[in-house]
Design a protein around this ligand. Structure first.
Ligand SMILES: N[C@@H](CCC(=O)N[C@@H](CS)C(=O)NCC(=O)O)C(=O)O
Length: 221
């Protein structure tokens, strides 16, 4: 008798980068097991270091495959379960653009947000100038997103793809960092379109809490 395929396991903290993975799982309607962790797990759940010695989120296990890079996991899940709407195939003219946006979401947009998060939310008052500088950095990198969205509703291939999930997460984090009021109009409208997706809402529901609630409980601990 065939063994049933093991479920994909995801270690997740509300509204952190693992949200990209949760959102993909919901878009593709894949069965998964969610491990919800307090933020930051390194300090609040040291046993998590046995799963991922870096202590970072996400971690994802799929059979023998274990991954810790959110954009890489998005690409892995979308392509492993291809064909589906999230993937742009190698034969497609938009393939390079798809890969570029997929990695732009993390490498170019979320990197400066990490510094804003640290110096505005986790260690306020320690390096306000750094937080301000990287908020400006983030807003200037967002110009490339704005320029694209002025011509098309989604980032590439003329439809919603995994690239929109990667960049969309950076907008979610920007909203948490109180930067969304500064979004250019095309980006603000795109952000509304992303939030209206049933899979985005399902991912929000599955995670139960929010990063704001996690940080509030951290301050009262
Ligand atoms: N490049 C990695 C970064 C992972 C990462 O730094 N995740 C953050 C959450 S958004 C984290 O775990 N922070 C807590 C810590 O470093 O202790 C990715 O895209 O997944």
């Amino acid at each position: 008798m065939n063994q049933p395929a093991a479920k994909i396991e995801l270690w997740h903290c509300a509204d952190t980068r693992s949200f990209r993975v949760l959102w993909v799982l919901e878009e593709l309607r894949l069965p998964y097991q969610l491990h919800l962790l307090p933020f930051p797990p390194r300090a609040r759940m040291p046993e998590y270091l046995e799963i991922n010695p870096l202590g970072t989120i996400p971690s994802m296990r799929d059979g023998d495959t274990f991954m810790t890079e959110s954009a890489g996991i998005v690409q892995y899940l979308a392509t492993r379960h291809a064909p589906n709407e999230l993937v742009v195939g190698v034969e497609d003219r938009a393939y390079g653009s798809w890969l570029n946006w997929l990695h732009f979401g993390e490498a170019t947009l979320t990197f400066p947000q990490t510094l804003i998060m640290r110096y505005r939310k986790l260690e306020p008052g320690r390096a306000e100038q750094v937080a301000d500088d990287y908020a400006r950095w983030f807003m200037s990198r967002l110009r490339q997103v704005d320029r694209t969205l002025q011509a098309t509703p989604w980032l590439c291939a003329g439809r919603f793809t995994a690239a929109d999930i990667s960049v969309g997460y950076a907008l979610l984090l920007a909203d948490f960092l109180e930067l969304s009021s500064r979004f250019p109009q095309a980006v603000a409208e795109y952000w509304l379109r992303l939030q209206a997706r049933p899979a985005f809402q399902a991912a929000k529901g599955a995670q139960k809490g929010s990063l704001a609630a996690e940080l509030a409980s951290l301050q009262h601990a």
